[in-house]
Design a protein around this ligand. Structure first.
Ligand code: CAA
Ligand code: NAD
Length: 278
């Protein structure tokens, strides 16, 4: 199995890592060599951590040796499955899938790790809507059990079955849902994070108190503001925009504070500053 990943950020790197841990030959693409180098370093650190805890059957070097890195999209021609994990922007993703639809062998399956963008629209752009699907991993990929499997309007049964089996081979639990804005995971999660941000804006409580209340009171592993910083505030805003536009209900309006922080370049953990400093 040749497993392609586009995007070497926190999600693409995690997906590539888990695919390599599962024994697949993996190829990862990003726009610049420095992004690939950064992605590789994050994978290396995660593998070392898992190894130290006895949660990696292989030695880290053997897993890493199964991952190749490239800046060239044409290298993906012989991939059996390509999972895209680039910026949460419909135009940019559609443009990528238009190219991949021409490059990847006809029987290859294309998948998006998008958090919210319509799978059916991306499937149309790819020119192979029957062999297109949403394969939505959760962050951090090496630790989280779920893969949300989202069928587009024309996704074939064979494609859904193939991606479901692949998720199982990766040690994950796939759960199916249909193509609606935000699917299940982010339709439910993201309004909660947005509301926590609105609480900061309205001065309901300090960020530490908001997070503490949700952690201690509801047994959430991370408070909502810590989680928003962890996901990336740019990604959170992009998801809220899709929910707001796609469902047409003002209850999904992005918090003005979220918008302002993204405008200011405060993207959370990945930029070093969000609701907290990193
Ligand atoms: N690889 C390997 N090890 C990792 C790791 C990674 N990527 N990330 C964290 N770890 C390690 C930590 O270093 C830590 O190691 P030590 O015990 O040696 O310090 C260990 O895992 C456990 O970390 P913690 O003790 O800090 O916390 P924890 O055991 O409670 O679990 C967690 C960590 C699983 C991330 C937990 O905090 C959690 O479940 N958080 C919520 C995550 C979540 O909600 N994810 C979904 C986000 S939404 C999404 O993904 C969809 C979308 O489209 C936006
Ligand atoms: P990120 O910012 O960490 O990484 C994105 C990577 O994609 C960067 O390395 C960037 O250089 C690269 N990239 C951007 N445009 C590209 C292009 N045209 N071609 C190749 N590479 C390109 O973002 P992330 O958090 O990894 O999110 C990636 C995707 O996964 C988004 O669609 C996001 O919604 C989704 N997602 C994110 C999370 C999360 O918690 N962050 C969880 C599940 C799904």
């Amino acid at each position: 199995m040749k497993f392609g990943v586009i995007g070497a950020g926190q999600m693409g790197g995690g997906i590539a890592q888990v695919a390599a841990q599962s024994g697949f030959d993996v190829l990862v693409q990003d726009m610049k060599q420095e992004f690939l180098d950064r992605g590789r370093a994050v994978i290396q650190k995660s593998l070392a951590k898992l190894h130290e805890k006895g949660r990696l059957p292989d030695v880290p070097e053997a897993v890493l040796a199964r991952i190749q890195f490239t800046t060239n999209l044409t290298d993906f021609a012989d991939c059996d499955l390509v999972v895209e994990a680039i910026v949460e922007n419909e135009r940019v993703k559609a443009d990528l899938f238009r190219q991949l639809g021409q490059i990847v062998k006809p029987e290859g399956v294309l998948a998006s790790n998008t958090s919210s963008i319509p799978i059916t629209a991306l499937a149309s752009a790819s020119g192979r809507p029957d062999r297109f699907i949403g394969m939505h991993f959760m962050n951090p990929v090496p630790l989280m059990q779920l893969v949300e499997v989202i069928r587009g309007y024309s996704t074939s049964d064979a494609t859904a079955q193939y991606v479901t089996e692949t998720a199982h081979k990766m040690g994950k639990t796939p759960l199916a849902c249909n193509d609606f804005p935000g699917f299940v995971s982010n339709r439910i999660l993201m309004p909660m994070l947005n509301e926590a941000i609105q609480c900061v804006m309205e001065g309901v409580a300090e960020p530490e108190a908001i997070d503490g209340i949700m952690k201690l009171g509801m047994n959430h592993p991370m408070g909502p503001l810590t989680l928003a910083d962890f996901i990336g505030l740019d990604t959170c805003l992009a998801i809220m925009e899709v929910l707001h536009q796609g469902l047409g209900d003002d209850k999904y309006r992005p918090s003005p504070l979220l918008r302002k922080m993204v405008q200011a370049g405060l993207l959370g953990r990945k930029s070093g500053q969000g609701f907290y400093s990193y």
